[in-house]
Design a protein around this ligand. Structure first.
Ligand SMILES: [Zn+2]
Length: 383
């Protein structure tokens, strides 16, 4: 992402291959407050974003006495103006009655605080996403804190590069308003909105407790960033949870989506509404399998490599400090998955930098100094 996106945390950094078998049954709306009707009581609106990923899709669900807004757009004046237009012109004379955010990222929840205040309505989110939002939307300290400094050191990132990454995080143009209260969504919960029943389907890996909404009767999925037709959502390890295994969480979430009806109409947060859920799940699996293979081949060529070296092998054309920070987190996610699955070992060298070897070469690494960590069940593997 460009630096203008700063701490936008979406991190939708690479284009995964779009599955060839996808169908796009609707033309998208312009990012000006106009709407496309997906089905009676389900409207598709686009909010502009001043970053390379130039829009986010938001959806309106009609209840008997008002509309539920699903996701909000970035905290910008342009997005606020569009919401005013939508409220005045697109809601068939009914009010906005609630805001629901799929996850905490700025493009999805950045206007939640403004919307709940402006329209005096409740906010629905999962527990994990709400509290991640409260943590993330706090101002950062001027210098990297101890956990972040250690995270970067262990990855082999030079101090100056680490400072550049932190400065990119600090240059945050979209700092949202706080949201002081919420109503909790949880996995499996059924929301009755108008005549429809929407089941909350929680996924993880891109964010901690991402809510999708699935209407089984009509096979419609509001997928947030859990399933996008042509973008592979960023799956990253962050300094706050350095021993996490988000890639396994992501695979588990994809497995759940693969159980949905094959003809499901997917309403994603970016790009176009599509059909072809199973093909898209498979192409995302293939994308990550390819990254895992690339990393394994690189470690075979360069035993004892650092995370930073692995990142540079995996990601070309990183243009900004923010790109590099997101790529670093994604590289760690893949290295951790290989490690938790016994394919790679990690040891801490005398400089406090992690070194990676193929598991078969563990004996060699052990004799080279540094304690080889156990590969299985370390850290916080879930599921
Ligand atoms: Zn996101």
């Amino acid at each position: 992402m460009e630096e203008a996106a700063a701490r936008s945390t979406s991190g939708l950094t690479h284009n995964g291959r779009a599955a060839a078998q996808l169908e796009y049954p609707f033309e998208p709306p312009a990012s000006d407050g106009s709407r496309v009707e997906i089905a009676p009581g389900i409207a598709w609106i686009r909010m502009p974003m001043p970053i390379p990923l130039d829009h986010i899709n938001v959806y309106l669900l009609r209840d008997d006495d008002g509309w539920i807004v699903v996701d909000t757009g970035l905290h910008t004046d342009a997005a606020k103006a569009i919401w005013e237009r939508v409220a005045a012109e697109q809601l068939e004379g009914l009010p906005i009655k609630a805001v629901l955010c799929t996850h905490f990222h700025y493009d999805h929840a950045g206007l939640a605080g403004w919307l709940v205040e402006r329209f005096d309505v409740p906010l629905y989110m999962t527990f994990g996403e709400y509290y991640m939002m409260r943590m993330t939307y706090q101002p950062l300290p001027q210098q990297p804190g101890p956990a972040q400094a250690r995270f970067l050191q262990r990855a082999g990132v030079p101090v100056e590069t680490g400072h550049a990454m932190h400065e990119a995080l600090l240059r945050d143009p979209f700092m949202p308003k706080e949201v002081p209260a919420f109503t909790r969504l949880h996995d499996g919960q059924v929301l009755h909105i108008g005549a429809r029943r929407w089941r909350v389907v929680v996924g993880s890996g891109h964010s901690p407790e991402h809510a999708c909404l699935y209407c089984e009767d009509e096979a419609i999925l509001i997928s947030g960033d859990q399933l996008l037709p042509g973008i592979s959502s960023n799956v990253q390890v962050t300094p706050a949870e350095p021993e996490a295994d988000p890639l396994q969480n992501w695979f588990d979430s994809l497995d759940r989506l693969a159980t949905l009806a094959p003809h499901t109409l997917v309403l994603p947060s970016h790009q176009r509404v599509f059909r072809g859920v199973h093909a898209r799940v498979q192409s995302l699996r293939d994308h990550h399998d390819g990254q895992l293979e690339q990393l394994t081949a690189f470690i075979a060529r360069q035993p004892g490599c650092t995370t930073l070296e692995a990142m540079e092998a995996l990601f070309r054309n990183l243009r900004s400090a923010m790109d590099r920070f997101l790529a670093l987190g994604e590289t760690i996610a893949h290295l951790s998955w290989l490690r938790f699955n016994g394919r790679v070992t990690r040891r801490l060298d005398a400089e406090g930098v992690y070194r990676f070897d193929l598991a078969d070469a563990a004996d060699v690494a052990r004799s080279g100094g540094g304690a080889v960590e156990q590969t299985k069940n370390m850290g916080t593997r879930c599921g």
